[in-house]
Design a protein around this ligand. Sequence first.
Ligand code: FAD
Length: 394
Amino acid sequence: MSVSPSSDTVVESLASRIRTVQEATRGISERYPRSYILECIKDDRFPEEMWLAMGEQGLLGLSVPEACGGSGGGVVEIVALGEALALGGVPTLFLVVTGLSRVPIIRHGTDRQIARFVTPTCDGSVKLCFAITEPNAGTNSFNMSTFARREGEEWVLNGQKVFISGARDADYMLVIARTQKASEVKHRTEGMSLFVVDMKSPGIQLHLLNVQVETAERQYQVFFDDVRLPAEALIGAAGKGAKLMFEGLNSERLLAASAALGLGDYVLKKAVAYAQVRQPFGKPIGSYQALQHRLALAKAELEAARLMTYDAAARFDAGEDAGAQANMAKLLASRAAAAAMDAAIQTHGGYAFDRDYDLITLWPMIRLMEIAPINNEMLLNYIGEHVLGLPKSY
Ligand SMILES: Cc1cc2nc3c(=O)[nH]c(=O)nc-3n(C[C@H](O)[C@H](O)[C@H](O)COP(=O)(O)OP(=O)(O)OC[C@H]3O[C@@H](n4cnc5c(N)ncnc54)[C@H](O)[C@@H]3O)c2cc1C
């Protein structure tokens, strides 16, 4: 008879995995606090020192198997890292795009591709960004028009992507492109392929977008004009890119959830500290239930979303298909963080809008989590259709 671990042991082992990463990450956010990131944003430069320190400490290698040069661990560990960085006030979009981009390469790449495109991301010497969004297709990614045509052993890439975070600072970009026209395939999810594109390739042009989300990674429109890709750029089988990409998108959802959770708690802490000392009527405003309950509710909602996020992460690591849980976790975490932000703004009154209080600066990033990497309506569509069995709504 096999004896399964008691639920107490499972809960404690999950808690201990999270704690280990969070303790290691605290060292990073103490060395590179929020003021450091704000300086990088002001100077428009990538937080290279922090990134390399994370690499040195083995944090960037989390979720990459040791055999591929990583630190091991799974989705739980990288989610814990994302949450801890955000909680320390130093969230990074690069962690989300790196985490997502590595998944299909690790699972479907050759040893040479892993050695070239994944292993050096673990010490921070190589950075990956990710490009799926197109101006006309938007959420409807299958409608993309970026196309790679085969020429002998090579591929020739043409088209454009938009909102690509960190394109300037990345060494390689994971790009999904059509390799067969939508009209030539049975189902529109077919005929797409995944490529790792060297950002130094001739024919790539970047156009900086005027996006006001205060992170060190800026967003670019990326133009591909006859970019020649070697055979080795193709990850997995040609035409199967959509399936490969979706394997990475579930962990991206959880990484977005983790950033939302950490940032939600970060702004809540700021609000609580302010509510303890601000006394326009001679008593701390935190003693007024209208504010106190709002902050308390935000905390409860963040904790509930946190449970769901780590549950989904642990399910992935146990080999389950936890797509539904991951979608629900991102939905709930982003909403909880937005509610925490709103409560924090209300608590700060007019000072919420003074940039020197560094609260309003976090609003765009928190609000973004309800829209990117995937908008919450699409998550509700998924739950409606795949969990509840309702007809497709779009
Ligand atoms: C700061 C930032 C960073 C980003 N980083 C990256 C990146 O690194 N790589 C990358 O590829 N992309 C990136 N994106 C793009 C992001 O993923 C998209 O903006 C997002 O997926 C939404 O696409 P869209 O903006 O074209 O919205 P649209 O598709 O135009 O949708 C607009 C709105 O319509 C609603 N909607 C759309 N479709 C449906 C539907 N079927 N059912 C119900 N409602 C619907 C939703 O409310 C949605 O918010 C980034 C965006 C931003 C702003």
